[in-house]
Design a protein around this ligand. Structure first.
Ligand code: ADP
Length: 646
């Protein structure tokens, strides 16, 4: 018969490994463990035997009967079983049965079982003591597990508090103790939220409803600690229900987020500071406007722009108070327009500040919500830019005047001739009239017609002088509804002599019934003279073909077709490389040229909301065309609202 194979005993190697692992985890090596266990059993059992010996001696000495001794033994077994394992409990139960039989059974000091009834008695005691011991040990274990679990809750930094349905605290972990400052014993049974003076983010009833409906609630609470400090708590509530489904308690766990909140607030404040600084730098304020409630919000910079202290309540009326009287109707219309529906707004207006200064504002805004009419927008203080623009316009006007003076200098021979011609005609007529007077009888009819000629010639030279004077004068821009044909005629009168001198046959093709344009007479004259003089110069020295120069005025049939002035010559035309640079200031191809004529023409035409362009003709030469909008009620209104741009 084959001998049974011995159970595989762990090899020395694997045992060493296990021991090393145990040591690594702070445990004793296996052998040392067995030894320690044996020592423990030896100690507990010896203590048990000593305890039973003492109990037995005391019971005999005191003459206690078997039933009372059973109770005392059972109590000792229960106590001893609590300090060690189930095996020890069994051992103690057996020792107790032995003692009962030996010392208290009849006859005493024998292990014989005297009567049949005594054996079941002992067995019942044995069974009962084993069951009771097991139960006590189980309960003890449960209690210990509970205590361990509870101590786990103490490890967390969060606060964990349980309160019953009446709000009284039934559990208070160490985290709560640390944060709020009260010991567990001090708070048990007290109403939680009264104790912490809790501020809820919404109505408490709302939280209770959510908790009842979903079993959970989360939110931020502000609680007051024992030393009166307020802490912000991220709180999570869970409802505990009993077997019948009814709520029995609420567990509230919380995290102290006060520092995080402070950091966030600080960040938000610093972001707001950056924003305010940026708004200050860019002179741009922001605003919000709730049409329904009429409430208005201004950023710090907006207060500054409107010139109010930041502690006043911003209102639309306060804005209106600052609007420039000339812009008030326009702004009222805009407010009405914005209130009537969702619009995007982009407009400029002026403020008249209490110190009498004028501010120019550019406002952009748009409606921000679908269900409620609210506007968010930005207010840019463009005063500096506007003033620079105005100064630039002044400088441009001055430059235009100087150019006109230069032009007049160039035209001086022609002007002298223009003025000289009627003067010599006047002298001739006066001499003739004198001669007619010397006749006998004097020919008064001839004298009369001579005097009439003198008056008309004098008026002609007076008109030329007046035109030259207005052209040379430093007049502010005076826009009015004017006829461009008149402008062309007046301009041609001034350059008549040049036309003659350069032997250029000028053709005027002026359209009848031209609509008026809203323009400054002198400035438009300057444009026409500039273009015509350029045309004359373009024909200079041309001998291979007859010279042609024409000035044409026209418009289209549509109501918004512009009025066009076209100056056309049949000179050399514009070379491709110069095409893009013609209107640049100081661009010239002429040896004596200044290069500012066309750039002045362009700024004048653009200031009249018109366009100017140059193109080569199909045949020879070039055409310069200025297109000006027709005068309308709108253009007149806009002019009067904007004041007089230079
Ligand atoms: P300037 O006459 O002093 O040169 P302008 O600004 O009036 O200054 O003209 C700029 C340039 O445009 C001229 O030098 C010339 O080259 C070109 N130019 C102007 N008018 C004509 C034209 N009718 N035909 C061809 N070139 C022209």
């Amino acid at each position: 018969m084959a001998s049974p194979s011995p159970s595989p005993s762990p090899s020395p190697d694997s045992r060493r490994r296990k021991d090393a692992q145990s040591a690594a985890f702070g445990a004793l090596p296996e052998e040392a463990n067995h030894y320690a266990q044996l020592r423990h059993f030896g100690f507990v059992w010896s203590a048990g035997i000593v305890a039973f010996a003492l109990i037995t001696w005391a019971c005999i000495a005191l003459g206690i009967d078997e039933s009372a001794a059973k109770c005392i033994y059972l109590t000792a077994i229960v106590f001893l079983s609590l300090i060690d394992s189930f095996v020890s409990s069994v051992v103690f139960c057996v020792i107790a049965v032995f003692c009962l039989d030996y010392f208290f059974g009849q006859p005493p000091f024998t292990l014989r079982v005297p009567s049949a009834g005594h054996l079941p008695d002992l067995l019942t005691f044995l069974a009962a003591s084993l069951v009771i011991t097991a139960l006590v040990r189980h309960t003890h274990k449960l209690g210990r597990a509970q205590r361990e679990q509870a101590s786990l809750l103490d490890l967390t930094h969060d606060t964990i508090v349980v309160r019953d349905t009446g709000g009284a605290i039934t559990y208070w972990n160490r985290g709560a103790q640390r944060l709020y400052g009260w010991e567990k014993d001090e708070v048990l049974g007290k109403p939680l939220h009264e104790l912490l003076k809790t501020h809820f983010p919404v109505q408490l009833q709302q939280i209770v409803d959510t908790l009842g409906a979903t079993g959970h609630w989360e939110g931020e609470l502000v609680c007051t600690t024992r030393d009166g400090a307020e802490r912000v708590i991220a709180s999570r509530w869970s409802l505990q229900r009993g077997a019948d489904g009814e709520p029995v308690a609420t567990l509230e766990s919380g995290t102290d987020i006060t520092d995080r909140k402070r950091a966030e607030d600080a960040l938000r404040r610093s972001e707001a500071t950056y924003l305010a600084e940026a708004q200050k730098l860019s002179a741009t304020g922001s605003f919000g406007w709730d049409i329904e409630s009429g409430r208005v919000f201004w950023s710090e910079q907006s207060f500054r722009i409107f010139g109010y202290e930041t502690d006043i309540e911003p209102t639309l009326d306060r804005v209106i108070q600052r609007i420039h009287p000339d812009d008030i109707n326009f702004v009222h219309d805009l407010v009405e327009h914005a209130s009537s529906g969702r619009h995007s707004l982009d407009f400029e207006h002026r403020l008249l500040m209490p110190d009498g200064t004028t501010k120019y504002l550019h406002v952009v805004a748009h409606a921000i919500e679908a269900d409620r009419l609210r506007y968010a927008g930005a207010i840019m203080d463009i005063t500096a830019a506007r003033q620079t623009e105005l100064r630039l316009q002044d400088a441009q006007a001055e430059l235009a005047r100087i150019t006109r003076l230069t032009m007049l200098g160039e035209l001086s021979a022609s002007i002298a001739h223009e003025v000289g011609q009627p003067l010599s005609a006047t002298v001739t007529s006066a001499e003739a009239s004198l001669r007619w007077l010397d006749r006998d009888p004097p020919r008064l009819d001839e004298v009369k017609s001579g005097l009439t000629r003198i008056i008309s010639e004098a008026q002609r030279s007076f008109q030329i002088v007046r035109r030259v004077r207005t052209l040379a004068q430093k007049n502010p821009v005076q826009k009015a509804a004017i006829d461009v044909n008149e402008i062309v005629n007046e301009s041609v009168a001034l350059i008549q002599r040049e036309i003659f001198r350069h032997r250029v046959p000028l053709q005027l093709k002026l359209a009848h019934d031209l609509p008026l344009v809203f323009a400054d007479r002198i400035q438009l004259q300057q444009v026409v003279i500039n273009l015509a003089m350029n045309g004359i110069q373009a024909l200079d020295g041309m001998i291979d073909r007859p010279r042609e120069l024409s000035i044409e005025t026209r418009t289209g049939p549509a109501r918004d077709d512009p009025v066009v002035i076209a100056v056309k010559d049949n000179g050399a035309g514009i070379s491709r490389e110069n095409e893009a640079r013609l209107f640049e200031a100081f661009f010239t191809t002429k040896p004596q040229g200044t290069g500012i004529g066309l750039s002045i023409c362009r700024s004048i035409i653009e200031a009249h909301h018109g366009t100017i362009r140059a193109s080569n003709n199909d045949g020879y030469g070039a055409t310069f065309e200025c297109a000006l909008p027709r005068a309308s009620a709108d253009s007149v209104d806009e002019f009067s609202r904007a004041g007089s741009p230079a």
